[in-house]
Ligand binder design. Structure first.
Ligand code: GAL
Length: 397
């Protein structure tokens, strides 16, 4: 019944779009939701009966730089591998993403690949996928539903420990007298990754907070207080300005600010530039290698970013998807048989889609990028190029 209803919905949507001049096979993010992009075929993503498989690729938004890279590269690589693709970006709106995924199921995709807007909000549509026997790969962000077949991401806890360790080593917390003052900005509480990032950093730094070497002047160390809805730069900026105005306007020195990713680090850096009166350079951490942040790193405004090679995450996802669609049995041996030139761990313990139900996960290894190794880590492997202004730009434009 669900499938009939969903097919009817898709048919109505297609007819409505045709009436509005939209095409069933054209689209992409218009900013206000999605028509979805069916690539690699001329008949709107319907299985042509040629046996060619269709993969639904659901990205959360185009408002955050990295998902544009992921979505474009996933589309390119899956098509190059001979799959049809349906790619959507859901404006960071849960209802839109549910609708996008429902449409993919109605179009008869053979596999769903989802970076969730909210990992707790996809149960209905993933239950439908499970009922239809459609495998689901949770891409980068875990989804809390047992119909998820596999999870592909980076070791998210390690992302945080790398950020915390960078602060620990830069301030030389084991030897320096201190105390040093520090603040934290976490990610989106709706993103299952965000607590892993935050806890990874906090687990490194908490011993120094406890022994007084580090002092969180605002007293804001609870993830739910320091979190940033939808990872929005402006939200991070606003909170940082409030903290600086409330706790540092009297000339108190700020030594470090741990940010879980680059979009929030951008906001914190803007706040420090505009509102911090101290003469010292504040250590600022980040994640993703967003172009604006790489510029700030080169200019000494941001100290580091944790880089997660999208190319590698996509390649691991592609090889996993191939194995799933070929009906191969999947375990740790996929890593060796795929012959990847990057490290990846097969983890069957760390990530649970529901309590007690672990999701087999392929976790890639993140890397620390600073001004000293920007070119070695990002340009040499071909991820970025150096523009005429001397700053890094994404290799694929
Ligand atoms: C996380 C992702 C990070 C971060 C954030 C914003 O889930 O793993 O790379 O940038 O989303 O998109």
């Amino acid at each position: 019944m669900k499938k009939v209803l969903a097919l009817t919905l898709a048919l109505c949507l297609t007819l409505a779009m045709a009436a509005c001049g939209g095409g069933g096979t054209s689209g992409g993010n218009t900013g206000g939701g999605n028509t979805g992009t069916n690539s690699g075929d001329s008949d709107g993503g319907q299985s042509s009966g040629s046996g060619q498989k269709t993969v639904g690729i659901a990205m959360p938004t185009q408002d955050l730089e990295r998902w544009n890279r992921d979505g474009a590269y996933l589309d390119e690589q899956f098509q190059a591998a001979g799959y049809k693709t349906v790619v959507t970006y859901s404006n960071n709106e849960v209802d839109q993403q549910v609708n996008d995924i429902q449409n993919m199921l109605a179009q008869g995709v053979d596999l769903l690949l989802i970076a969730a807007v909210d990992g707790n909000a996809l149960n209905t549509v993933l239950d439908d996928a499970g009922a239809d026997g459609i495998p689901v790969i949770a891409y980068d962000r875990l989804i809390m539903n047992d119909n998820v077949s596999y999870y592909v991401s980076f070791d998210n806890y390690t992302v945080g420990t790398l950020q915390g360790t960078y602060v620990k080593e830069t301030l030389d917390l084991d030897n320096a007298a201190g105390p040093f003052n520090i603040e934290f900005t976490g990610g989106d509480p709706a993103d299952n990754n965000a607590p892993f990032f935050f806890n990874g950093a906090m687990d490194v730094l908490k011993p120094y907070i406890d022994n007084g070497k580090l002092n969180v002047v605002s007293g804001q160390t609870d993830f739910n207080v320091v979190g940033t809805e939808q990872w929005q730069t402006d939200a991070a900026l606003d909170r940082a300005q409030n903290v600086l105005g409330s706790y540092y306007a009297d000339g108190t020195q700020l030594d470090a600010w741990v940010c879980s990713n680059d979009s929030t680090a951008l906001g914190v850096a803007q706040a420090i530039t505009s509102d911090y009166t101290g003469s010292n350079t504040v250590i600022i951490t980040g994640q993703d290698g967003d172009v604006a942040n790489l510029r700030n790193i080169k200019d000494g405004i941001q100290s580091m970013t944790v880089y997660k090679a999208v190319n590698n995450e996509v390649l691991a996802t592609l090889d996993l998807a191939k194995a799933i669609l070929d009906g191969s049995s999947i375990d740790e041996s996929l890593i060796a048989s795929a012959g990847w030139d990057f490290d990846c761990d097969y983890d069957t313990q760390s990530y649970e889609t529901t309590p007690g139900h672990t999701c087999p996960s392929f976790l890639l290894v993140p890397d620390v990028v600073t001004a000293d190794n920007l070119e070695e880590k990002l340009v040499t492997p071909g991820y970025y190029t150096v523009g005429s202004d001397g700053y890094l730009q994404a290799a694929n434009g």
